[in-house]
Design a protein around this ligand. Structure first.
Ligand SMILES: Nc1nc2c(ncn2[C@@H]2O[C@H](COP(=O)(O)OP(=O)(O)OP(=O)(O)O)[C@@H](O)[C@H]2O)c(=O)[nH]1
Ligand SMILES: [Mg+2]
Length: 448
């Protein structure tokens, strides 16, 4: 199955002048794009691999924060199919230009990898092509950086033609600047001397051209697919469009299923949803379109955002955003910021937005007395186990005051869902009223 073109069944574009040449490129860098699954997309990580994580935080970052970031990286690694056996942290003002970590840390990682036969080392940041090459030559196992890991998960999850094409585009864009580096390394493995020129510049150039051609072909294909969806969207004009947005794994798909009785795949893994789903929802006789979209994450690779343009159009074209937050997550406030920054990046930050704090069933507030956490009035006894605040208490917090309109729910326990529906009805009806003043009067009780 290895090295099968991802474009299975597709007509070759004008760019494929060298039949099989793309496969050839992928074959040479098989380590990066290891195998093709039945959907034709490439997976980097086969099942049951063991991985070592490496983070290089700057000296100011708190330990707890570093561990939270590594928890997320471990979650990503598990989602991709790897089991994490060890975490390495090195505090540096600036990562080492040659090997990302310093010499001593590298030796430590190498000893561990050799001893435990770990199959890959995953870095929480992106590596430059030369860092990737040097690390690979030094550690002799697969080196995966954050971008590659995320692209890989997307590759496993993408189902629709659009999402698959978008992923393949991201894969090739990742590959392009890394071709030379990998070649040099592969030369050495073949026994070629360092001074030897290896397979030759011409061949590298040919491979680069093949990859560039493929990128152009995929972009064309995406334009084609986009035209089809634009036609579909035209038939939807007039109806209000609402998009669920948020960090990955916060419960967007669960809410989608609740509101629309759709059967959208929701699970406790990162990026369960890569394709966007649109459903017509009717609440109190008011129809609107609700779309479930791909989740965001910190350090989301820019090229992935670029290639997922058409999926993100669903958000860009929405009339109202429902920003879902997992309030039980230790870094939920940072997640809100990441989502807001990503919305800004994709030019969707100015839209009306409702903030939905989900998973209140799991929110156990640690009774820390502080003037900024908004819970000082809760009067929790010292040493008492973390208590779950009531809805009233949640509504009185700074989070509620800071983000208006806001609502606290548990999609899983179906808590406060009626209030969520009512809030949606109020906001959607206001949009209709603005659009068609004579047709949809706003109900009297609406305060907008
Ligand atoms: N405890 C609790 N778990 C929830 C709640 N809502 C959703 N979940 C769980 O959280 C996990 C993620 O839910 P999804 O609906 O897949 O989240 P998502 O935002 O669509 O995630 P991605 O598609 O990966 O971005 C699943 O295991 C859900 O069962 C909730 O209110 N409380
Ligand atoms: Mg989802």
């Amino acid at each position: 199955m290895a090295n099968k073109p991802a474009s299975k069944g597709r007509k070759p574009g004008k760019s494929t002048r060298h039949p099989g040449a793309t496969d050839n490129v992928k074959g040479r860098v098989g380590r990066l794009l290891a195998k093709s699954d039945k959907n034709g997309t490439y997976e980097t990580l086969p099942e049951a691999e063991t991985a070592v994580l490496v983070a290089v935080p700057d000296k100011r970052q708190a330990d707890a924060r570093t561990q939270e970031y590594l928890d997320e990286l471990e979650f990503l690694a598990e989602t991709a199919g790897a089991t994490v056996t060890k975490r390495f942290v090195q505090r540096l003002d600036k990562p080492d230009i040659r090997t990302f970590v310093g010499e001593g840390k590298l030796a430590e990682i190498k000893a561990y990898v050799e001893h435990t036969k770990a199959s890959m080392v995953i870095f929480d940041d992106d590596l430059s092509p030369s860092q990737l090459r040097n690390l690979e030559a030094e550690l002799l196992v697969k080196i995966v950086d954050r971008s590659l890991l995320i692209i890989d998960i997307f590759a496993q999850r993408a189902k629709s033609a659009t999402a698959q094409t978008q992923v393949e585009l991201a894969q090739y864009q990742y590959l392009l600047p890394r071709l030379t580096g990998l070649w040099t390394h592969l030369d050495k493995q073949r026994g070629g001397g360092v001074a030897q020129r290896g397979p030759g510049e011409t061949e590298i150039e040919t491979d680069r051209r093949v990859v560039r051609d493929r990128i152009a072909f995929l972009k064309d294909r995406l334009k084609e697919l986009d035209k089809q969806t634009t036609t579909q969207r035209k038939s939807r004009t007039g109806i209000v469009r609402v998009a669920l947005v948020g960090y990955t794994n916060v419960g967007k798909s669960t809410i989608m299923n609740l509101l629309s009785r759709a059967d959208v795949f929701a699970e406790n893994k990162l990026f369960a949803t890569v394709d966007s789903t649109v459903r017509k929802v009717v609440l109190e006789t008011m129809p609107f379109l609700l779309s479930d979209t791909v989740g965001f994450i910190r350090k989301l690779p820019t090229r992935l955002i670029e290639s997922f343009k058409s999926t993100l159009d669903e958000i860009r074209e929405a009339d109202l955003l429902v920003h879902v937050v997992d309030i039980s997550h230790p870094t939920f406030e940072e997640q809100i910021e990441v989502v807001n920054a990503t919305l800004k990046d994709i030019e969707a930050a100015d839209k009306p937005m409702l903030l939905v704090f989900n998973k209140i069933d799991r929110y156990n507030h640690e009774p820390v007395v502080s003037s900024t956490d908004g819970f000082e009035e809760m009067n929790v006894e010292e040493d008492a186990p973390a208590a779950r605040p009531s809805l009233e208490q949640l509504k009185a917090t700074y989070m509620a005051k800071l983000h208006d309109p806001v609502i606290f729910i548990s999609a899983q326990e179906r808590e406060n869902i009626d209030e969520l529906r009512a809030l949606l009805v109020r906001h959607v009806s206001a949009i209709y009223q603005e659009r068609y003043p004579s047709v949809h009067p706003i109900p009297e009780e609406t305060e907008l």
